[in-house]
Design a protein around this ligand. Structure first.
Ligand SMILES: Cc1cc2nc3c(=O)[nH]c(=O)nc-3n(C[C@H](O)[C@H](O)[C@H](O)COP(=O)(O)OP(=O)(O)OC[C@H]3O[C@@H](n4cnc5c(N)ncnc54)[C@H](O)[C@@H]3O)c2cc1C
Length: 499
């Protein structure tokens, strides 16, 4: 049979594309090489990392309640007895969440009549995909349209090995069997900060090293600075503007000092500890002992064995991303690509939207994605979320803007949650008041940003947010107050604009 729509890869891009195509009446099949559906996001990305972030956050809150400066649970009237960590149980829970969601994708495929094939897919000709199953059995599937959704894998640093001497990718860092005494995270992007937070909360001494001058490169710098200071208060040691140069295996007698001068607990003699060497901009060398080193320097598109070069499918030099036109068609007619494989932010919701768009386009509808309103979120606590332009971008583009900020410490709900660190910042066009960017560091920023995305999607203004009724007491009132502050009239802070 010839399918209308054949997808290689069942991550958020591929599985959503397949379901949407099936909903639209296209005969649809998915080829997936892993035994579980759901791709990076559900198996070794978004979902397990959030499960661990939630578990470790609970643990850290309880642990901190007994520490000076920690969240005082006793003031809530909660007295905590002896606290213990069972990492194995935490990992089992994480895996249960993963399994529930990945098997849910299988059920959605069945329910929507999507055919599935377990094996490695390879393009062999226009309209033809060869699938090699786990036992080496091959079959060729035919389709009018083929969608490549094979995602990405962790980028490595050639100076470091992967999988030995304690060097980890995000995949291994999601499944450690013990809490390392000392962990170094290379890269202060979302993945590095999230997984660094997990292990710091569970008791590791964590140092995050970033080559650039700010954490979360590309993020609005005021928000990035605020996030950095909050994370530092939580005990994450962060060094920016530092390049890692190499490593040596730690000798048994090594009594190393970290960059802050704190003695390493036990970087050596446990699981093959290492000493990393790093250098700042002035050439000052540093030595950082570590039992585990998480290399979180980004991800690269995964095209191995897909047969793209043989068929002349164009790939961007340098980035390795597959080149597509506005309809997601590659340079080979009838072959499309979406998700982490193509240019744009490597995010699950971006991949999903492209999946829906390509299915709709191929069903004859006007599918499209608004790339100006893709939110990005970092699930530390507090969370960091943003959509649209940063102040730096607006300045660079010469766009005149007004800015309104509101701190969570003046928000009743945040105070009652004892989560008052952070702020909301809204950037609006100076002449039209249209919202151009919203940046949040604070409690549940991941959910709060949705309102900003909706307003921006509708081309709304700061005044629209300011005049929208927000329930009280909610965190969302901070967004409204920031919108009022764009015009200098926030209610719950001093500093009213004089007319
Ligand atoms: C630790 C971590 C945390 C993350 N957290 C978030 C988050 O909170 N929010 C967010 O938006 N994003 C997050 N991401 C990024 C997100 O996981 C990716 O952007 C998303 O999974 C990309 O979806 P995709 O469909 O393009 O590809 P993938 O999810 O990578 O799926 C690709 C699929 O294709 C399969 N495949 C590959 N080659 C073949 C082949 N030849 N034949 C058959 N099958 C093949 C793979 O097995 C895989 O199942 C995170 C990533 C990581 C690593």
């Amino acid at each position: 049979m010839e399918y209308d729509f054949l997808v290689i890869g069942s991550g958020p891009g591929g599985y959503v594309a397949a379901i949407r195509a099936a909903q639209l009446g296209l005969s649809t099949a998915v080829v997936e090489k892993n035994e579980r559906f759901g791709g990076t996001c559900l198996n070794i990305g978004c979902i397990p990392s959030k499960a661990l972030l939630d578990s470790s956050e609970l643990y850290a809150r309880l642990r901190a309640s007994g520490e000076a400066g920690g969240q005082d649970l006793e003031s809530h009237g909660i007295v905590v007895g002896k606290l213990d960590l069972n990492l194995k149980t935490m990992m089992v829970r994480k895996q249960k969440v993963v399994e529930r969601l990945t098997s849910g994708v299988g059920q959605l495929f069945k329910g929507n009549g999507v055919q599935t094939f377990n094996g490695v897919g390879r393009l062999v000709a226009t309209g033809k995909v060869e699938v090699t199953g786990t036992e080496g059995k091959r079959q060729t599937l035919e389709a009018r349209n083929i969608v490549l959704a094979t995602g990405s894998v962790p980028a490595d640093l050639p100076i470091f090995p992967t999988g030995k001497d304690g060097f980890l990718t995000s995949t291994e860092a999601l499944s450690l069997k013990r809490v390392p005494a000392r962990m170094v995270v290379i890269g202060a992007g979302a993945i590095g900060l999230e997984l660094g937070s997990v292990w710091a909360r569970l008791g590791a001494e964590v140092t995050v090293i970033e080559l650039l001058d700010q954490i979360l490169p590309g993020m609005d710098s005021e928000i990035s600075r605020r996030a950095r200071s909050i994370l530092a208060k939580q005990g994450l040691e962060i060094v920016t503007g530092v390049r890692v140069l190499g490593y040596e295996k730690a000798g048994k007698s090594a009594s190393e000092k970290s960059t802050t001068g704190k003695a390493s607990k036990s970087a050596t003699g446990r699981t093959g500890g290492v000493i990393l060497t790093a250098e700042d901009k002035d050439g000052n060398k540093q030595r950082l002992p570590a039992d585990a080193v998480l290399v979180a320097v980004g991800r690269r598109p995964y095209t191995e064995g897909l047969g793209l070069a043989e068929l002349g499918v164009k790939i961007q030099e340098g980035s390795g991303r597959v080149v597509v036109d506005e309809q997601y068609q590659t340079s080979l007619a009838g072959v499309y690509a979406i998700g982490d494989l193509i240019p744009g932010p490597m995010l699950a919701h971006k991949a999903e939207e492209e999946g829906i768009a390509v299915a709709e386009i191929l069903a004859g509808m006007p599918g499209e994605v608004n790339y100006d309103t893709i939110p990005s979120v970092v699930y530390t606590w507090p969370e960091v979320a943003s959509v649209g332009k940063s102040e730096e971008q607006l300045k660079q583009e010469g766009v005149a803007y007004n800015k309104g900020s509101f701190p969570f410490r003046a928000n009743g709900r945040a105070l009652s949650m004892a989560s008052e660190d952070g702020l909301v910042k809204i950037l609006a066009d100076r002449s039209s008041d249209r919202v151009l960017g919203v940046h949040i560091v604070g409690p549940w920023a991941s959910d709060l940003i949705a309102e900003a995305v909706t307003v921006m999607e509708f081309g709304g203004s700061a005044e629209d947010i300011a005049r929208t009724v927000h329930a009280h007491p909610t965190l969302s009132e901070a967004l409204r107050e920031a919108a009022l502050a764009v015009d200098g009239r926030a209610i719950h802070v001093l500093g009213r604009k004089k007319d």
